[in-house]
Design a binder for this molecule. Structure first.
Ligand SMILES: CC(=O)CC(=O)SCCNC(=O)CCNC(=O)[C@H](O)C(C)(C)COP(=O)(O)OP(=O)(O)OC[C@H]1O[C@@H](n2cnc3c(N)ncnc32)[C@H](O)[C@@H]1OP(=O)(O)O
Ligand SMILES: NC(=O)C1=CN([C@@H]2O[C@H](COP(=O)(O)OP(=O)(O)OC[C@H]3O[C@@H](n4cnc5c(N)ncnc54)[C@H](O)[C@@H]3O)[C@@H](O)[C@H]2O)C=CC1
Length: 285
């Protein structure tokens, strides 16, 4: 089945980015969230990014109008009844994702693939709450979605070859490079990245250095585009903690224990850039 209309669930930083690249690739995108305000704010943000692309001569005003017209707001998951493909990018909480997948399984047409942008949660477990586990897959975009080329495509134990092939093709249509990964905690990306971020947080916690110094070492010493603490703020400290918990519980190995400082900051509501405060301040940005 040719994919023409998709649903993206969650209009946060990831869902918004996925919706944008899909609309730019010519797909109609039903953008779903629990509150219309979140969707409107995200559409305004996408509009600003497209204005920048117009100013740089990459797209025309008409292109912007066409892209924006392909983004259709939705606050009702039942709208999945009319789409050919779904990618879920709601918050990194298993109980929320399971609820969404149960509903999607009821409302989406038979044969429709249900993908998740989860950073670390088991695809096999999500698939098991549906009656179509062969059609459930991980489609893990990287942040910021319009810029980063990679999509990790995660195969659950029951994911079919046909489902993988469709997602690979869709990823390429969106201008991305898919990499096939089997379903283990943190996949590849976050199994490697997140312990480094967690260790950087331990460096503050143990008084090795301040945040600025730690980031400077990794930027100037290892040529990382962002230091690990700036990156943690950018990803969202709630998401970082959720991923560390998945690694810690998934491998039952103390080497993945989340730093107590990370837990404390999340409890305080210091979630990084999106809340205005994390390892650095973003009140005026
Ligand atoms: C947690 C997970 O599960 C998986 C993950 O995603 S882990 C995170 C993976 N991502 C990374 O590691 C990002 C590392 N950081 C970077 O690559 C760069 O710092 C960056 C691309 C984010 C910004 O680059 P920069 O050169 O410092 O800044 P800047 O010049 O402002 O931006 C470069 C481009 O990115 C775009 N950009 C930056 N932030 C953006 C955003 N939030 N949304 C969309 N576009 C964005 C800018 O518009 C700019 O585009 P143009 O060149 O086309 O104008
Ligand atoms: N932040 C990052 O760098 C990356 C995050 N991810 C994953 O993407 C997902 C989303 O992360 P972000 O966009 O960063 O989070 P975010 O906090 O920016 O956005 C999450 C959005 O989901 C919405 N939401 C919550 N419950 C919902 C529901 N039941 N139905 C519909 N929408 C709902 C929220 O209102 C919010 O707008 C998570 O699974 C995360 O692990 C994947 C790659 C990178």
């Amino acid at each position: 089945m040719a994919i023409k209309r998709i649903m993206v669930i969650g209009a946060g930083q990831m869902g918004g980015g996925i919706a944008q690249v899909a609309a730019e690739a010519g797909l109609e995108v039903v953008l779903n969230d629990i509150d219309r305000t979140f969707i409107d704010n995200r559409l305004a943000f996408i509009g600003k990014l497209l204005d920048k692309n117009i100013a740089k001569g990459r797209i025309s005003e008409d292109d912007k109008v066409a892209i924006m017209s392909r983004l259709i707001p939705s606050t009702d998951l039942a709208d999945a009844a009319g789409v050919d493909f779904v990618v879920e990018a709601a918050v990194e909480k298993m109980e929320i994702k399971e609820k969404i997948f149960r509903t999607l399984d009821e409302v989406a047409a038979p044969g429709v693939i249900l993908a998740s942008n989860t950073s670390s949660l088991p695809i096999t477990e999500l698939a098991a709450v549906t009656g179509r586990p062969e059609l459930v897959i991980g489609m893990h975009f990287m942040n910021p979605v319009p810029v980063m080329k990679l999509i990790e495509v995660i195969r659950g134990i029951a994911t079919s070859d046909a489902t993988y092939a469709t997602v690979k093709e869709l990823a390429e249509k969106m201008g991305k490079v898919p990499v096939e990964v089997n379903d283990y905690p943190g996949f590849i990306s976050n199994r490697v990245l997140m312990p480094m971020i967690n260790e950087a947080i331990y460096c503050i916690y143990e008084g090795v250095a301040d945040a600025e110094s730690i980031d400077t070492v990794m930027k100037l010493g290892m040529a990382h585009p962002m230091g690990p603490l700036t990156l943690a703020d950018f990803i969202g400290l709630d998401t970082c903690l959720a991923i560390m918990e998945v690694l810690y519980e998934g491998f039952a190995d103390s080497k993945y224990r989340p730093c107590p400082l990370l837990r404390k900051m999340v409890k305080a509501g210091w979630l990084g850039k999106k809340s205005g405060k994390g390892f650095f301040d973003y009140q005026n940005s």
